[in-house]
Ligand binder design. Structure first.
Ligand code: NAG
Ligand code: NAG
Length: 423
């Protein structure tokens, strides 16, 4: 186990070192950190007069919300936003050295989105926001939706949404170096004159993400503001067809300078890491994963308690395969020595053979408990670690489970011993 841990860390170090520094946008102004362009960690600006207009812009922002919803609703949202900004980013595992990168969207992806926008621009619908939601000043500058899955839009369908997932996923995976699972796709959202996007970290599980600018009609660049690893603000500009990759759960991002122009249309595509580094051909990494928290959250971080409160039963993607199949059949088949079904599962999605349930059990533990020699043989053959423990430290191995459930000279126990399995 120690060796696996060591290898994973070496891998990450090499991975980070190989990437170098990715500079996305030059910063022409005087460097500044949070709470300068907009409140981020505290509710008042501390900026030594660097961006004097922003103070009254924020005041107008909050007053607009109060006038529409009353202060209670707005303050609740605003306090939540600030608390998340303070606590969530530092609790996140980062997979890139910069946290963001601007590239060109794949041509196919941009074409899908641009076509959808052009066909349906005239049919866009006003976006409905929950009471007091302060992420965008929609009370002053309404936002509109041209949803890719909205069947009232020409060409809108789940099929289109899936095409967008499929076109974006390999790009974000290549950037983060991690296998990803889709978690949320939102847009196309159309912002209007005066719009401000309140700087925030995305709620989990929106972790590894992309923004594509689909269309814009502006008098000045509408700046995306992010923070580099030194805590300095960076203005990122986008033109139609640009794609900004960002680690949205740890990177604070916003558009604190009001939109000057008619509209700005974006789609947001979010994924969460399954825990498997892309170039891992085996499943050692499963052993590394926490049994309760998702792989991208530090179990000792300041956000862990809050995450637990919001997810009392733990991370349900503990198995990477749960991304697309129900892993239960693998456990059942293993428990009943049903090798035929295991074979089928191996063909369709071999990763569910390596799944862990909430108690840290894998199918191989079920096979051991059931004394299922053939299932054990098959799983070991497939590369499932025969000494996998149910928990990192105090867990038990398949051999221990098999001996406890059966006699020392049971077929399954003998098989495991012959293979050199450990207690
Ligand atoms: C970002 O752009 C705004 C508006 O032009 C400017 O005032 C600010 O100094 C810029 N910030 C950085 C970090 O360059
Ligand atoms: C991840 O990035 C955020 C934002 O830059 C930072 O606060 C946090 O400490 C980083 N996480 C780790 C584990 O370094």
């Amino acid at each position: 186990m120690a060796m696996v841990y060591f290898r994973l860390n070496v891998f990450f170090l090499l991975f980070v070192a190989a990437r170098g520094v990715e500079v996305t946008d030059e910063n022409n102004g005087i460097p500044y950190g949070v709470d300068c362009s907009f409140p981020i960690h505290y509710k008042n600006l501390r900026c030594n007069g660097l961006l004097p207009e922003q103070e009254s812009i924020y005041e107008t922002f909050m007053e607009g919300c109060y006038a529409k919803y009353g202060s209670k609703h707005c303050d609740d949202y605003e306090n939540d936003r600030i608390e998340m900004n303070l606590k969530q980013p530092e609790s996140m595992v980062n997979y890139t050295d910069t946290g963001f990168k601007k590239i060109k969207a794949p041509t196919e992806l941009f074409q899908l989105l641009k076509t959808h926008f052009d066909r349906n621009h005239a049919k866009m619908k006003e976006e409905k926001w929950p009471k007091g939601n302060i992420y965008v000043n929609h009370w002053a500058s309404p936002t509109y939706m041209i949803s890719v899955e909205d069947t009232e839009m020409e060409g809108g369908s789940l099929d289109l949404k899936n095409k967008v997932w499929n076109a974006a996923k390999p790009v974000v995976e290549a950037w983060t170096g991690m296998e990803l699972k889709p978690t949320s796709q939102y847009g196309i959202r159309v912002y209007t004159e005066g719009a401000i996007l309140n700087p925030h970290a995305d709620r989990l599980p929106l972790v590894s993400s992309a923004i594509v600018n689909v269309a814009q009609d502006v008098d000045e660049d509408w700046l995306l503001e992010v923070y580099d690893r030194n805590g300095n603000a960076v203005n990122v500009t986008m033109e139609p067809g640009d794609m900004v990759l960002y680690e949205s759960g740890s990177l604070i991002h916003g558009r604190p300078f009001p939109l000057k122009g008619r509209y700005y249309a974006n789609i947001f595509i979010h994924f969460e890491p399954t825990g498997r580094p892309l170039n891992f051909e085996n499943y050692d990494y499963v052993e590394e994963m926490d049994e309760f928290f998702p792989p991208y959250l530090l179990p000792n971080g300041g956000w862990a308690d809050e995450w637990r409160r919001r997810n009392p039963t733990g991370w349900h993607q503990a198995s990477p395969s749960a991304a697309h199949v129900d892993t239960l059949p693998a456990f059942e088949a293993a428990a009943h020595n049903d090798v035929k079904t295991l074979q089928q599962i191996a063909m369709e999605d071999s990763r569910s053979l390596f799944a862990k349930d909430r108690n840290g059990w894998m199918p191989i533990h079920e096979a051991a408990r059931g004394g299922c020699k053939e299932a054990l043989e098959f799983l070991v053959d497939q590369g499932v670690p025969m000494n996998a423990k149910t928990h990192k430290n105090k867990g038990v191995t398949p051999l221990t489970i098999a001996i406890n459930a059966h006699s020392e000279d049971h077929d399954a126990v003998r098989y495991l011993k012959e293979m050199g399995a450990e207690l």
